[in-house]
Design a binder for this molecule. Structure first.
Ligand code: FMN
Length: 335
């Protein structure tokens, strides 16, 4: 209810500024022992009986936070209080980098969407590792999403991803190779079979702890490229995150058509669900479904399409701090 009152005021301000200020407050709260428990009391009960085990990890519920909201892992101690069954931080790049020039984050309120061209603003793998090493172990499984610094050529990508993985390996329960962000020039070309195989092999060579390695796919992949990608990843990886933001501007007003960046939220929903169905028809490996999920019905539809777990970012921004527990309660009520 409080979020409904604050939302018009928050949404009148610049989207990135609000994100930074709210994250800053949350990061302060994250340092207070017991803050996650207090947040949990404020946001009410979670859905019960949703526990499941996927790639050897037990999740209290299948609803997670998608990559990009907590890029540097500042909020890990606090966010479980909102009812998330797991968190995915990142994308983390090997070296720190500022990302693209601002403005680079826009709310499309009428469309229930976000357009972003952040371009992997990241504190870098060493800083994130240091933060995670000095925080208590998270109370829910933690995924770490790995990105690539701008300007690293395709030949350098396997080494860069493997180095980033090694720095963070002991802190994550699973890892995601992000080769699908539209905001780093050339990155999505790494979804091609040869390039992807080289990256996955390099990461797996460093994966002594046998952590699950997932590949995050673009919703804009053509069918043939998708099959080739799933085929390669099926041999060397343990699952997929489906999907990243889209370059499609279908159905958007003219003023957004030439705006650069990746689109998320409701306009992505149908395509992301379709892609989960396609990937499920190609592989038995676990799938995390993400894109346009905002309600329990959306989450159920994605699970029915073949996802084992789901995540959200945009639906969380629009739905507020109570949205995750509304979804888990809705999922539990339908069982
Ligand atoms: C502002 C913003 C930043 C994002 N940053 C990342 C990122 O760093 N790495 C990544 O893999 N995905 C990133 N994403 C994509 C989300 O993880 C997710 O795949 C996408 O937004 C679709 O889900 P949604 O419709 O629930 O937002 C970002 C999304 C948004 C809106």
């Amino acid at each position: 209810m409080l979020y409904d009152i604050l939302k018009p005021w928050l949404f009148a301000l610049d989207a990135e500024r609000v994100h930074e200020e709210v994250s800053g407050l949350m990061a302060l709260a994250a340092c207070v022992p017991g803050a996650s428990g207090a947040l949990s009391l404020l946001t009410g009960p979670s859905g019960k009986g949703l526990e499941k085990t996927v790639f050897g990890i037990t999740f209290q519920n299948p609803v997670g936070l998608a990559a990009g909201f907590d890029k540097d892992g500042r909020l890990v101690p606090l966010l479980p209080g909102l009812g998330f069954g797991f968190l995915e931080i990142g994308s983390v790049t090997l070296e720190p980098q500022p990302g693209n020039p601002k403005p680079r984050l826009f709310r499309l309120v009428e469309q229930g969407a976000i357009l972003n061209r952040l371009g992997f603003n990241s504190a870098g793998a060493r800083a994130v590792a240091l933060r995670l090493s000095s925080s208590p172990r998270p109370s829910v499984p933690l995924g770490i999403n790995l990105g690539l610094n701008k300007g690293v050529p395709a030949e350098g990508a396997p080494k860069a991803y493997a180095q980033t993985f090694r720095l963070l390996a002991k802190y994550g329960n699973y890892f995601v190779i992000n080769v699908s962000s539209p905001n780093t020039p050339g990155l999505r070309d790494l979804q091609k079979a040869t390039e992807l195989a080289a990256i996955l092999n390099a990461v797996q060579d460093s994966n002594a702890g046998r952590k699950p390695i997932l590949v995050k796919l673009s919703p804009d992949l053509a069918d043939d490229d998708l099959s080739a990608c799933v085929d390669v990843a099926g041999k060397v990886a343990q699952g997929f995150v489906v999907s990243n933001t889209t370059m499609s501007r279908k159905g958007l007003p003219d003023r957004y058509i030439s705006e650069a960046g990746g689109l998320s939220g409701l306009p992505l929903k149908a395509r992301a669900t379709e892609l989960v169905r396609k990937v499920r028809s190609l592989t038995k490996l676990p799938i995390i479904g993400v894109g346009g999920i905002a309600t329990a019905a959306d989450a159920r539809e994605r699970l029915d399409a073949g996802a084992d777990l789901v995540q959200l970012y945009t639906g969380f921004v629009y739905g507020g701090p109570g949205s995750i527990k509304r979804i888990t309660r809705g999922l539990a009520g339908r069982r």
